[in-house]
Design a protein. Structure first.
Length: 259
């Protein structure tokens, strides 16, 4: 006889991980939570609607994304205070990991209500464990800033981290990222993991300059998890330009950051 599973707890926010590509990558617990909850808060209701249809689930939904987080968080909190069971999902992976979710979790916890994680697929874990790079220490950065000045500054800072670096990047900026890595971390081993769990899943490994040539020959497609190995030898550093101060008693604004 199958053991009886406890029902969902009223007034609880459930953070439900969803597939990052392959629709089979959803847990039995996630399916049960989506089936038994009162409301699904989704990053994109159309995308989540397709997933729920695939699972044979019909539930009321509201959108919850970066542009309506403040307003929607208060509405979700109100529903929870009334005893509703709310499932929060993003388009792919775990809510709050480079996706909306952090803000509403803080609000719910601050109100003294319950938050429960329903774990599952996560691109950073999938990419890291299959990359062949060290896993005993890693640093997850998510998406780098879009502006080139801030990106380079962040990469310079990350060069001092001891473990494997894990980043997310879109196909529209992956070539620029590899070029920046070739300048800043030229001797590192880099793995580009694309289309994880999907039919065209692929891992490209090599030094940044090698990957730059391969990407130039074959335009990139799909979302990327970028993994950078720890340094094994000293790396060249860009020399700081010499600054000549002509007026020590005044301050002038710096040059605008390049875009």
């Amino acid at each position: 006889m199958e053991p009886t599973r406890p029902p969902l707890t009223p007034g609880t926010l459930y953070l439900v991980a969803t597939p990052i590509g392959n629709l089979e990558d959803i847990t039995l617990r996630a399916v049960r939570t989506l089936t038994e909850c009162d409301l699904v808060a989704a990053e994109d209701t159309r995308h989540t609607g397709s997933l729920l249809k695939h699972l044979g689930i019909s539930k009321p939904m509201v959108s919850y994304h970066q542009f309506n987080e403040a307003r929607r968080s208060s509405q979700i909190l109100e529903r929870l205070q009334q005893g509703a069971k709310v499932a929060l999902v993003t388009d792919a992976g775990s809510p709050g990991i480079s996706d909306p979710g952090e803000r509403v979790v803080r609000a719910v916890r601050a109100a003294g209500l319950r938050v429960e994680s329903v774990p599952g697929a996560c691109a950073l874990v999938a990419g890291l464990t299959a990359s062949g790079l060290p896993t005993e220490e890693f640093h997850f950065i998510g998406f780098l800033p879009h502006k080139s000045g801030r990106r380079r500054k962040e990469l310079e800072r990350l060069r001092g981290c001891a473990g494997t670096l894990v980043l997310y990047e879109s196909p529209y900026r992956i070539q620029r990222l590899v070029e920046e890595l070739a300048d800043i971390m030229p001797n590192r081993q880099v793995v580009l993991a694309r289309e994880l769990t999907k039919r065209h899943e692929e891992y490209l490994a090599g030094k940044p300059a090698e990957l730059r040539e391969r990407l130039a020959q074959k335009p990139p497609k799909g979302e990327f998890v970028v993994l950078v190995a720890p340094a094994t030898e000293p790396e060249p550093r860009e020399e700081e330009p010499e600054v000549t101060q002509t007026c020590p008693d005044s301050e002038s604004p710096g040059d605008p950051e390049p875009v």
